[in-house]
Design a protein. Structure first.
Length: 463
């Protein structure tokens, strides 16, 4: 799409439509964008569920042989096609050689996850030695906070979003109690301005400037799960560290979604799951990051033998030779079957770059926003037609691929009608549908089909 570079999404859509001699809302525009998408081949590496296989589809309304409209990679990514092959390799190895699989084969179980850290580091903008693959997200968050959250009488607060993902809220609350403080006094919650849905960067920085001397840890999400807002992690990190705060991020909705530069930004620590945009399957092995500047100064509060230096780990001396940095936070050997699934996905990421994925994502999500604006604007001429309000920031630099949609009619009915017609998205209470066109495997035609299906679903929900 080099000939379209430099144009806004609106300008791109209008230019393509003019060249084709069709309306901007025509499916021919989507087909053109797909034909000129240099990343379109990546979709071939994933299984796309068929409508007939979805338990919620009504085959009297839609052709079951078609691919579903899968726009929920923000909750669970698609299965990479190589997962089954890699799982079968390890199951076969286990069956044939038993315990020897710890040291033999293409991914010896004793260090299988080590082979993936270079690939994962590329996705999150880190050095390989700054990344470890282990546990689940909240387990990693607790392990990291045990070392990075060191409250004192003067500096004991944790700054986080008022509507943080519940698990983050629970983790912060329990860490505060563990250290003998009161969450009512030590949790500093960021709230949007009255009448607004998202946080303004200047307001976040203002709170840091005013309250920073009492804040031990700034702990935010990279992308807010409900609104889809992408936080300015570089600016937040710099401002917080200037006030003496440590900075950590939950990147569950950011890793594999947006371009991250954890090392360059100087983020102190981060953690993320891998089953959303990183496509490793439900409960997949999670990731953790500690900046190299802390390699020899921050150590794990809880230790296990997988944090011991690999070269002497199996000598069983009971004298811990702790690996520096995040590697020393490992506790136990990683489930190799989960390693297989993550490997299959990261190899697809390695076929491209986060820069190219982000470039496509800006256009793909912008195209979705454009079509929603066309069909669901607030034009008085459309009085009586249900309206859609996007609460995700309109600035593309303040969002990932997800748009969070609010409706002027009951959301449950629309969600039900979408599911009946082969759309896979998700609903979050109290009033949001999260729609996430993932650049790794979603197409512009997926977005166009979704808008057509949304029209039919809204009409049916109003009958």
């Amino acid at each position: 799409m080099e000939q379209l570079s430099g144009l806004t999404v609106r300008e791109t859509v209008e230019k393509v439509a003019a060249s084709l001699g069709c309306p901007t809302t025509s499916e021919r525009v989507a087909a053109f964008l797909d034909d000129h998408d240099e990343l379109r081949h990546l979709r071939e590496n994933f299984f796309m569920p068929k409508i007939a296989d979805l338990p919620t589809s009504d085959l009297s309304l839609v052709d079951g042989a078609k691919d579903s409209i899968y726009l929920v990679g923000n909750s669970l990514g698609l299965q990479p096609k190589m997962v089954k092959k890699y799982l079968e390799e390890e199951l076969d190895k286990w069956a044939k050689m038993g315990v020897h699989g710890h040291m033999q084969g293409s991914r010896p179980w004793a260090w299988a996850e080590n082979n993936l850290e270079v690939l994962m580091a590329r996705v999150v903008g880190a050095l390989p030695e700054e990344v470890a693959l282990m546990n689940g997200l909240t387990v990693n968050l607790h392990l990291l906070m045990l070392s990075f959250y060191q409250p004192t009488a003067a500096r004991h607060k944790i700054l986080l979003e008022d509507k943080a993902f519940p698990s983050d809220h629970y983790a912060a609350e329990s860490q505060i109690r563990l250290r003998g403080f009161d969450p009512e006094q030590s949790m500093l919650l960021l709230k949007p301005r009255p009448g607004e849905e998202t946080l303004r960067t200047e307001d976040i920085l203002d709170v840091i400037e005013k309250e920073g001397a009492s804040v031990a840890l700034v702990m935010l999400s990279g992308v807010q799960y409900y609104t889809g807002q992408l936080f300015n992690m570089a600016a937040i990190t710099k401002a917080a560290q200037n006030k003496g705060c440590l900075v950590g991020f939950d990147l569950a909705h950011a890793a594999g979604n947006v371009e991250l530069k954890l090392h360059e930004w100087g983020v102190d620590f981060a953690c993320w799951c891998s089953y959303k945009y990183l496509n490793s399957g439900c409960g997949g092995i999670a990731g953790a990051f500690i900046h190299e500047k802390h390699q020899y100064t921050i150590k794990a509060a809880l230790t296990g033998w997988w944090g011991h230096d690999l070269k002497t780990r199996f000598q069983m001396s009971n004298e811990l030779e702790l690996q520096p940095g995040v590697k020393g936070f490992r506790l136990s050997n990683q489930p190799v079957l989960l390693v297989c699934a993550l490997q299959a996905s990261l190899e697809v990421f390695n076929m491209t770059s986060m820069q190219l994925l982000r470039r496509k994502s800006l256009l793909l999500t912008g195209y979705l926003e454009y079509l929603i604006g066309h069909y669901y604007n607030e034009d008085p001429a459309q009085a009586g037609k249900p309206q859609v309000r996007i609460i995700t920031p309109s600035d593309p630099q303040q969002r990932g691929c997800q748009l969070s949609l609010c409706f002027s009619v009951p959301i449950q009915r629309i969600f039900h009608q979408l599911e009946r017609r082969g759309v896979v998205c998700d609903m979050r209470h109290p009033s949001v549908l999260r729609i996430a066109p993932v650049p790794l495997y979603n197409s512009f035609s997926d977005v166009h089909r979704f808008i057509q299906t949304l029209e039919a679903s809204v009409a049916a929900s109003c009958q």
